[in-house]
Design a protein around this ligand. Structure first.
Ligand SMILES: Nc1ncnc2c1ncn2[C@@H]1O[C@H](COP(=O)(O)OP(=O)(O)OP(=O)(O)O)[C@@H](O)[C@H]1O
Length: 585
C-alpha cells in the first residue's frame, strides 16, 4: 500500500495519452503488397507517472506499439486519433534530449569500449553550456557505477555483461524511478521478484488495455472478475493464462466476465469492455481530464524543428573522432584496399612493363593498360557500398534520439572513408603503375594521370555511396551497383565503337565514368607522342582523331568536369537518401 502511495505522490514528469487509435497496413505476399488496414491500438488511454510503469501482454498485443507511440517513434501517419502529452504539453523535439529510448537489440559501436560509448552519448546529448568536460566524465563514471560495469568499463561492449541480466536492469530502472524518473517499459513474463518491483501495470490484449492500475492490485482485480489463481502461480503467468483463454472465470462470481457467450461478436474483447466499466478506468479517466484540462491548445499545433544539444561543428568533431577510432581499430577494409591497389599496380606494371613507342604494341598496350586501370579504379571500390549499410540501425537510433544531424553523419562517414580507403591507395597505385609502364616521363603528365584516376575512383565511390544509402542489405546493394558499373563499362568506348552504336542507346555514353576516364588518360598520354613502325610514323593526335576523341585542352578538362559532376550529383543524392531513410517503426 505504501508503494502505491509513493507512486501517486512522487514529483516528476507525467505522461498521459488519450484515445489512441493506431492503424497499419499489413504487407502481404512475396511482393509485400499492402493489405487491408489493421488497428493495432484501439482506444488506448492512460497515465504514466514517475515510477516503474510496466506494460505486459501476450505477443502481438501492442505493447511495443504503445511504447513507440508514446516515445514518438511510430509513424504519425498511422495515428488515427489521440495525443500524447508530457505534463499536459504536447511532446516536442526537446523531449528527445530529456528522455531515453532503449531498444532490445544491441546498437552500440562494437569497436568502442563501454566508457567510450557512454562518453560519446554524453558529449552529444548534454549541452556544452551546462556541462563541462569533467561534469560529463563524472556523469559517465556514475552511470558505470550504477550499472555495475566498473570491471568491464574499458573493454569493448560484448554480450554477457552483468547489466544484461534482467535483475540488474530492473534494479537500475528502479533506482532511476526513485529519483523522480518516469520509467515505462514492456516486459514478457517477469518472475515474481521482478514483478513486485513494478508500481503501475498496464495489461494489453489485442491492441486494447484490459487493466491499468497499481501493479499490486491487478491480481485482486482479475480474481474479482472470477478468475481463480492457483496458489503458486506467478502473476505474469496468471495474466497470460487469462489473455490466452487458458483459464475462464468461475461461474459463481457476480462480476464474472462472460468470455465465450454465444452473442459475443468475434472482434469484441470482453476483458477490455470489462476494464472500461471498472473503477480503475473511471478514476484514470477522471484524472486524465484534470491533467489535460490545463493544456495549452496552441502548443500542440506547433511542429517544432528538431533541436540539438550541441552545434554542428562540435557534432562533426565528435563523430569524426569516433569514425576515425573505429577505422583504426577495425582497419581490415583499409588494409585490404591498400593491398588490392598495390597488387594491381604491380600486376599492371609487370604486364605492361615499359611500353615501347613502336607499333603495334606501343598503341595497343597503352590503350589496353588504360582500360585495365580504369576497371581497377571502378570495380576496386565495391567495398564502398558497405558504408551506410553497416551502421544503419545505429545511425537511425542515434539520429532519431537527437544525437546529431544527418548532414554531420554523412560528412563524417564520407571523409573518414575517402582519405584512408580511396585517395591514399590511389596515389600509391598511380605512382607504382605509371613509372613501371613507362608513360610520359614528366611531372605534369603524372599529376594529371593521378587526378584522372582519383576522379574516376571518386565518381565510382559516390555511386556506391548512393546505393549504400538507398538500401538496407548488402545483397541488394551488390546487385544495384554491379548493374550500372557493367553498363558503363560497355559504353566506355573500349569494347564498342561509340560512333557505330544504335542512336537510341548512345545517350548512355554521357553517364559512363569509364568513357570520361578512358578519354582523359588517353589524351594525357597520346598528345604529342609519335609511334613508329618501319619507316611509317603515327602521331597520337592521328589516333585520337580516328577515335573521335577531342584532344583540345577543353576536350581533356571536360572529362574531369563530367567526372566531378557525376561524383557531386551522386553525393548529393546519397545525402538525400540518408535523409529519406524511414526512421519510424
Ligand atoms: N509497422 C507495422 N506494420 C505492420 N504491422 C505492425 C507494425 N507495427 C506493429 N505491427 C503489428 O501490430 C501488432 C502489435 O505489435 P507489437 O510489436 O506492438 O506487439 P507486442 O505486444 O510488442 O509484441 P511482442 O511481445 O512480440 O514484441 C503485431 O501484430 C504486429 O505485427
Amino acid at each position: 500500500m505504501d508503494k502505491t502511495f509513493e507512486y501517486f505522490q512522487m514529483p516528476g514528469p507525467v505522461v498521459t495519452f488519450q484515445n489512441l487509435h493506431y492503424c497499419v497496413k499489413e504487407s502481404r505476399g512475396p511482393c509485400r503488397r499492402k493489405g487491408p488496414k489493421k488497428e493495432i491500438l484501439k482506444n488506448v488511454s492512460g497515465i504514466m507517472k514517475p515510477g516503474m510503469n510496466a506494460i505486459m501482454g501476450p505477443t502481438g498485443s501492442g505493447k511495443t506499439s504503445l511504447l513507440d507511440v508514446i516515445a514518438g517513434r511510430k509513424d504519425p501517419a498511422g495515428l488515427r486519433s489521440g495525443q500524447v502529452l508530457v505534463d499536459g504539453k504536447a511532446v516536442t523535439s526537446d523531449l528527445r534530449l530529456s528522455s531515453a529510448y532503449v531498444v532490445q537489440d544491441d546498437i552500440l559501436m562494437g569497436t568502442l569500449t563501454v566508457r567510450e560509448n557512454l562518453t560519446f552519448s554524453a558529449n552529444l546529448r548534454l549541452s556544452r553550456q551546462q556541462y563541462s568536460s569533467s561534469d560529463k566524465e563524472q556523469k559517465v563514471n556514475t552511470i558505470i557505477k550504477e550499472l555495475g560495469l566498473q570491471d568491464c568499463a574499458d573493454t569493448k561492449p560484448t554480450t554477457g555483461l552483468d547489466a544484461n541480466t534482467a535483475n540488474s536492469i530492473i534494479s537500475l530502472l528502479q533506482r532511476l524511478s526513485r529519483n523522480g524518473k518516469t520509467v515505462i517499459f514492456s516486459i514478457h513474463q517477469p518472475r515474481y521478484s521482478i514483478f513486485r518491483q513494478f508500481d503501475h501495470l498496464t495489461l494489453m490484449n489485442r491492441g486494447e488495455i484490459i487493466y491499468a492500475g497499481a501493479a499490486g492490485q491487478a491480481m485482486d482485480y482479475f480474481e474479482e472478475l472470477g478468475f481463480e489463481r492457483e496458489q503458486f502461480n506467478n502473476p505474469a503467468d496468471f495474466f497470460l493464462d487469462i489473455t490466452n483463454g487458458d483459464i475462464t472465470p468461475t461461474l459463481d462470481s457476480s462480476n464474472a466476465v462472460q468470455l465465450h457467450s454465444s452473442t459475443e461478436k468475434a472482434d469484441r474483447n470482453p476483458l477490455a469492455l470489462q476494464y472500461r466499466q471498472s473503477v480503475f478506468y473511471g478514476q484514470m479517466m477522471e484524472q486524465l481530464k484534470q491533467l489535460t484540462e490545463v493544456m495549452d491548445p496552441s502548443v500542440s499545433a506547433i511542429q517544432e524543428k528538431a533541436s540539438y544539444a550541441t552545434p554542428f561543428h562540435y557534432q562533426l568533431m565528435v563523430l569524426v573522432g569516433r569514425t576515425v577510432k573505429n577505422t583504426l581499430r577495425n582497419p581490415q577494409t583499409s588494409y585490404a584496399q591498400m593491398a588490392l591497389n598495390i597488387i594491381f599496380a604491380l600486376l599492371v606494371g609487370l604486364i605492361y612493363y615499359q611500353i615501347p613507342k613502336t607499333l603495334p604494341e606501343g598503341l595497343q598496350n597503352r590503350i589496353g593498360a588504360f582500360f585495365f586501370l580504369i576497371i581497377n579504379m571502378v570495380f576496386g571500390n565495391l567495398s564502398a557500398v558497405e558504408l551506410f549499410i553497416n551502421e544503419r540501425a545505429l545511425f537511425i537510433h542515434e539520429n532519431s534520439s537527437g544525437y546529431y544531424r544527418t548532414s554531420v553523419y554523412f560528412l563524417s562517414k564520407v571523409f573518414a572513408d575517402l582519405l584512408p580507403n580511396r585517395i591514399l591507395p590511389i596515389f600509391i597505385f598511380s605512382s607504382i603503375s605509371y613509372y613501371m609502364m613507362g608513360l610520359k616521363p614528366n611531372a605534369a603528365a603524372f599529376f594529371l594521370f593521378a587526378l584522372t584516376m582519383s576522379l574516376v575512383s571518386l565518381a565510382a565511390v559516390a555511386l556506391a555511396f548512393l546505393v549504400s544509402a538507398s538500401v538496407a542489405s548488402f545483397a541488394m546493394a551488390n546487385i544495384l551497383i554491379a548493374l550500372p558499373y557493367v553498363f558503363m563499362m560497355v559504353f566506355g568506348g573500349f569494347l564498342v565503337n561509340l560512333n557505330s552504336m544504335l542512336s537510341w542507346l548512345s545517350w548512355l555514353k554521357w553517364v559512363s565514368i569509364f568513357r570520361y576516364g578512358l578519354e582523359a588518360v588517353t589524351i594525357n598520354e597520346m598528345k604529342e607522342q609519335v609511334f613508329t613502325i618501319d619507316n611509317v610514323t603515327l602521331t597520337g593526335e592521328m589516333y585520337m582523331m580516328a577515335q573521335g576523341i577531342d584532344y583540345s585542352a577543353w576536350g581533356f578538362w571536360q572529362n574531369q568536369v563530367a567526372l566531378f559532376g557525376i561524383m557531386f550529383a551522386c553525393m548529393v543524392l546519397a545525402y538525400v537518401q540518408l535523409l529519406r531513410i524511414n526512421r519510424w517503426k
